[in-house]
Design a protein around this ligand. Structure first.
Ligand SMILES: C[S@@+](CC[C@H](N)C(=O)[O-])C[C@H]1O[C@@H](n2cnc3c(N)ncnc32)[C@H](O)[C@@H]1O
Length: 274
């Protein structure tokens, strides 16, 4: 396993218990409320349209709250992630909700070898997924390989401009600190606290992250025969990315408190395979 995957998998394994226990993920609410959808999928729903009966793969599915939500919209869903602990939590949630969902353990770039090619109607991914992948061209090849001809990619992801910004500063200025473009080797971070409220610290705080500019993402998709069908930038993102500089605007979304029109915080991109 490459170093980035080894380091990042240890980090993700160490976040799972904190995420499952957190109010932000609210896992028990999915069991108590059979029609509940995650805030992320609720945000996506009008753009997703009717996915009932569709064969869907959710890449980097984590503990499965979004995956379960896609299944609750009637799709036949496979969730893929490289973290065994995240998948165990996802399987246990699906079982408690009596919702059939298939979960598969795999590194992202191995997905076509593990799941097969030309077989999904929809590849769904996003919100903290692309930043763990060193090569956006290889990611686009994986997406295209998984989709059947006519199949669709749906991604809502943190905007690369937001990821390039420095952590909140005492003077509240927004400063560009990290790469916007893809950089070989990525950027090393160490953060003992995850993006949900939790007790204590995570045991493996080290990560290796990768940004990819919008042009790099779109070009990578076009080069593997995907046609862009929708692209929107949003001023909000579903986590408090810039600490107290962001305000809760409801629906699980956070936006810059002061002049939010300055920063694109997330985007939704859709593309179809020809
Ligand atoms: C931020 S989470 C995705 C979150 C999802 N949007 C949610 O909130 O439930 C990122 C996920 O990507 C997975 N991941 C990171 N790098 C990966 C890789 N190279 N291959 C497969 N999964 C990976 C992690 O295990 C983690 O579950």
């Amino acid at each position: 396993m490459d170093e980035y995957a080894f380091v990042n998998r240890a980090n993700w394994e160490s976040r799972v218990d904190h995420h499952v226990a957190s109010n932000d993920y609210g896992v028990q609410r999915f069991v108590d409320e059979p029609a509940r959808l995650s805030d992320v999928v609720t945000f996506d729903r009008s753009r997703l349209g009717d996915i009932s009966g569709k064969e869907v793969v959710h890449l980097q599915c984590h503990i499965g709250t979004d995956t379960l939500s896609l299944a609750r919209l009637g799709a036949r869903v496979t969730g893929l992630d490289f973290s065994p602990k995240a998948l165990a939590a996802a399987r246990s949630l699906a079982a408690a909700c009596e919702q059939p969902v298939r979960y598969v353990e795999s590194e992202l770039y191995e997905a076509p070898a593990v799941l097969g090619t030309n077989r999904f109607d929809l590849v769904y991914t996003g919100v903290g997924a692309l930043c763990w992948l060193p090569d956006i061209k290889r990611w686009a090849s994986v997406v295209a390989a998984l989709l059947r001809p006519g199949g669709r990619l749906f991604i809502r992801e943190t905007h690369p401009m937001l990821w390039a910004l420095d952590d909140p500063r005492p003077d509240s200025l927004l400063a560009v600190e990290y790469p916007y473009f893809e950089v070989a080797g990525g950027t090393r971070f160490s953060e003992a606290i995850s993006y949900v409220e939790h007790e204590g610290e995570i045991s493996h705080p080290e990560t290796i992250g990768f940004n990819h500019g919008l042009g790099e993402i779109i070009t990578a998709l076009m080069r593997v025969g995907m046609e862009l069908t929708a692209f929107e930038e949003h001023d909000s993102v579903p986590y408090r990315a810039l600490g107290d500089q962001m305000e809760d605007i409801g629906g699980g979304e956070f936006r810059l408190r002061d002049r939010p029109e300055r920063v694109a915080a997330s985007y939704t991109l859709q593309a179809v395979k020809h």
